[in-house]
Design a protein around this ligand. Structure first.
Ligand code: ZN
Length: 420
């Protein structure tokens, strides 16, 4: 009986111990489930959800895990595995949360803050790559954020470099051009960060002031030069004969012969298309020492064209005439004398001086050498710029008489650039 009682007691002890053990395991499993639930709560689908992820949550989960870790020796193997997998999940969620915060920190609202550089963004991008497969939603969202940041930093760096390039030792570079300034200005316009943009714009304003002062100085110099020239033209009784719309076979040739005979210089405002049609004759004008000038390609009224069309007319004709004559014209007379803001802008851009006239012989209308002569006789004065057209036979016929008369009055025939 004693023996039986002893065996029974042993079984009882084992049973109680086993039951206690089972209860303990059950409690541990429940606690791990609780931790798992809390970790799950930190996710929105498969990504750590920043809106729900608070520091208190983190602390609470961490303390729960710590407790379990301490009691690990009492847990059975399967509960230990469960705890470890929950721990892994939690640490990944924490990593994501940290990365998300770091990426968020790059921006102030939707603008990259000043301190973040290209290298910082590259580092974050490479960190993010770790999550490419496991956290698709998170990855795509953060990738787009970083792409935006990268673009902003690139624009910022490009603009800063372009503006820096306009300076040497905090001084505006001497040879800086309007084009350089416009280019940097365009880049600075794209910069989103307000402080950087403001500072770039301050620097650009400095460049603008420098250029404006330089341009004003140059204009003043040109004005003085031109005044001197005009004075000299008056003193020396200079006259500029100008011929538009050619070169034309026959009439232009005849005019060139007459000019040669009188040893007179003149200026020919050529059409690009005519210079292309008669390159030999265009070249003869240049070779005989006359001034080659530009009068557009097709003779449109430039005031009716937009700026690109004006640029085309003024710039392509310049190269067509250069191709035919070997001389790049830097004087431009707008057809019909029709001027506009676009004409002024393109003339400035392409370094072509606008030239008009002060005596119009109306040769295209009167087609009458005698009437042309009378008009000149009435209006002529030292420094005159006389307008004729070398495409009319009647104009070619009028030139000998005009030259003879003016020469007898003591006039000298020069290029238009000598009187303007
Ligand atoms: Zn014309």
């Amino acid at each position: 009986m004693r023996k039986i009682l002893f065996v029974f007691s042993v079984f009882l002890v084992i049973f109680v111990l086993a039951a206690g053990c089972t209860n303990k395991n059950k409690e541990a499993a429940e606690r791990i489930d609780t931790i798992q639930d809390k970790v799950d709560d930190l996710y929105d689908e498969d990504a750590a959800d920043i809106t729900d992820f608070s520091d208190e949550d983190t602390e609470e989960i961490e303390s729960l895990i710590d407790q379990e870790d301490e009691e690990k020796k009492d847990l059975n193997e399967s509960n230990t595995d469960n705890l470890e997998s929950v721990q892994d999940e939690f640490s990944q969620a924490k990593d994501l949360h940290t990365l998300e915060n770091q990426i968020d920190d790059v921006f102030d609202e939707d603008t990259v803050t000043e301190e973040y550089t290209k290298d910082d963004i590259t580092a974050l991008k490479s960190h993010l790559k770790k999550y490419k497969k496991s956290q698709t939603v998170f990855y795509e969202e953060q990738k787009n954020e970083l792409k935006d940041a990268e673009e902003q930093v690139k624009e910022r760096d490009e603009a800063s470099a372009a503006v820096d390039d306009l300076f040497t030792d905090h001084e505006v570079k001497e040879d800086v051009s309007r084009e350089d300034e416009d280019k940097a200005d365009e880049l600075a316009d794209k910069v989103k960060n307000k402080e950087i943009k403001d500072s770039l714009e301050d620097s650009l304003a400095e460049v603008d002031n420098y250029l404006t002062a330089k341009e004003e100085e140059e204009q003043e110099e040109k004005r003085k030069e031109s005044e001197q020239k005009q004075q000299e033209a008056k003193d020396k009784k200079y006259i500029a004969l100008t011929f538009d719309d050619g070169p034309e076979e026959g009439s232009t040739e005849q005019i060139l012969d007459t000019l040669q005979q009188y040893d007179a210089d003149a200026t020919f405002f050529m059409l690009g298309e005519k210079a292309q049609e008669n390159p030999g004759l265009a070249k003869r004008v240049a070779d005989e020492g006359h001034e080659v000038a530009n009068h557009s390609i097709t003779h449109p009224d430039l005031a009716n064209l937009d700026q690109n069309q004006v640029r085309n007319e003024m710039l392509d004709s310049q190269s067509q005439i250069e191709k035919a004559t070997g001389t790049k014209p830097n004087l431009f007379r707008p057809p019909y004398g029709s001027r506009s803001d676009s004409v002024d802008t393109v003339a400035n851009e392409t370094d072509q001086q606008l030239v008009f006239w002060d005596i119009d012989t109306m040769d295209w209308k009167n087609q009458d050498p005698q009437e042309m002569g009378e008009i000149i006789e009435e209006q002529v004065h030292p420094g005159s710029v006389i307008l004729m057209h070398d495409i009319h036979q009647t104009s070619a016929d009028a030139v000998p008489e005009i030259l003879a008369t003016l020469k007898s009055q003591g006039y000298e025939f020069v290029k238009v650039s000598d009187v303007i």
